[in-house]
Design a protein around this ligand. Structure first.
Ligand SMILES: Cc1cc2nc3c(=O)[nH]c(=O)nc-3n(C[C@H](O)[C@H](O)[C@H](O)COP(=O)(O)OP(=O)(O)OC[C@H]3O[C@@H](n4cnc5c(N)ncnc54)[C@H](O)[C@@H]3O)c2cc1C
Length: 387
């Protein structure tokens, strides 16, 4: 980006799904949009790689979802196991599937679609924080070899993920005291018994391990550990996953021949609370606007829908129908209307993981009343949005 770049309508920071899709919508509206990301694309991202049926339905108006299918595996539902080895299977309603597709592929594809719509994409660009004046964000501060420089735009969209530099610099985000969990993820060859049609979630005492089949015969394995158990494991993520598996009667045998297919990645604490949806001149979307827990596998759906809500409010502001200082509360209202029930459900599940006796009771109940468990899998998978 040259220091003489003219002011853009919108600078979108973060080219994950939230940023790419918000930028796409704004560019399709004819706005001048710049999308910057510190990473070089294509890039991997620690994630369970599962688009639930609701996420696919939310993507459909924005791009041809069928172009993703050759790179992924259709998922018919989820399998859950609890402590004590009880396993239950929940299927999405007939005709509905999710899609397992790596973030390397998904995010690069979304970025291509944004580029084609006219978004100016610049990767390898690190944003340090917002540029502000008189309490209003009027651009971003970009890290350069010689220090920092400002890039101005009429509006900034912060889509820079859970550790959002923009949200934190504006005092909007903080790491909650509880839960404090760390995620460890890796691609693995040779895990036995992976059904290509089902994602798996194995919930244990305060922790959980997800397995998703991905194209090429690999398994995406994500382990989430509470703070005390994560503390000694952060520097040795593969060993942490192997230790968790070795201590588990249900998983031990299945990982006997497992071999690394990628470098393991760690991130945490996973959860972030965000007080407001933005400040004058800046709106937040995706994980930058708050992240509950990866257990329900709906972060992508919330990022896709949250990006559309943020882009719609941004359009109102840029076309003069909404005052800039009313935008954040308008976005917060729209987000509450769209997501409040799902947030409550996710917080309930998050609390459940912390209570081993409840998890045990819940998995036994799910085995006794499979219909109730299927209803939960459908709700977690946002199947009602796709029906
Ligand atoms: C362990 C784990 C498993 C998960 N599994 C699933 C799953 O199976 N299904 C699902 O739906 N969701 C899952 N999620 C949630 C999902 O990954 C997120 O909700 C999703 O990535 C949010 O997208 P985003 O665009 O908001 O942020 P991100 O995808 O995190 O993108 C943010 C982008 O911002 C860029 N960026 C950050 N800081 C800066 C900066 N200072 N300057 C410039 N660029 C910057 C980053 O490089 C990145 O590309 C999981 C999450 C975790 C942690």
């Amino acid at each position: 980006m040259s220091p003489h770049t003219p002011i853009d309508d919108v600078t979108v920071v973060g080219a994950g799904p939230a940023g790419a899709l918000a930028a796409l919508m704004l560019a399709r509206r004819g706005l001048r949009v710049r999308l910057v990301d510190r990473a070089r694309f294509p890039r991997p991202k620690l994630c369970g790689d599962t688009l639930n049926p609701g996420a696919l339905a939310s993507l459909a108006p924005l791009l041809d979802v069928d172009t993703l299918r050759p790179f992924g595996l259709p998922l018919a539902g989820m399998r859950l196991s609890g402590p004590g080895g009880v396993t239950v299977t929940g299927r999405y309603p007939a005709g509905l599937t999710g899609l397992s597709v790596t973030r390397l592929v998904l995010d690069a594809r979304l970025l291509d679609v944004a580029r084609l719509a006219g978004v100016m994409v610049e990767d390898g660009v690190v944003v340090r924080g917002p540029a502000t004046g008189s309490g209003v964000v009027h651009g971003v501060r970009i890290v350069t070899a010689s220090g920092e420089r400002e890039h101005r735009s009429r509006l900034v969209l912060g889509c820079d993920g859970r550790a959002s530099a923009l949200a934190r610099a504006c005092g909007l985000a903080h790491t909650p005291r509880s839960p404090r969990r760390w995620a460890f993820g890796v691609y693995v060859h040779g895990v036995q018994g992976v059904d290509p049609a089902y994602g798996e979630m194995h919930v244990r005492d305060g922790s959980y391990l997800g397995i998703a089949p991905v194209a090429g015969g690999l398994a995406n394995v994500c382990l989430v550990l509470p703070r005390l158990r994560a503390a000694g494991a952060v520097g040795r993520p593969w060993e942490a996953i192997r230790d968790a598996v070795a201590a588990d009667v249900l998983l031990r045998e299945r990982f006997a021949d497992a071999r690394l297919a990628s470098d393991p990645v760690v991130l945490g604490p996973v959860a972030v609370d965000v007080a407001r949806a933005g400040v004058p001149g800046m709106l937040l979307a995706g994980d930058a606007s708050g992240f509950v827990d990866p257990m329900t596998g709906d972060g992508l759906r919330l990022a896709i829908d949250g990006a559309q809500l943020a882009a719609a409010i941004a359009i109102e502001v840029l076309e003069g129908r909404l005052a800039a200082d009313a935008a954040a509360s308008a976005l917060a209202t729209a987000r509450r209307r769209a997501f409040a029930a799902k947030w409550r459900f996710n917080r309930g599940l998050r609390a459940l993981v912390d209570a081993p006796s409840l998890v045990r009771a819940a998995t036994l109940a799910a085995r006794a009343w499979p219909g109730a468990f299927e209803a939960m899998v459908r709700y977690a998978g946002d199947a009602r949005l796709a029906a």
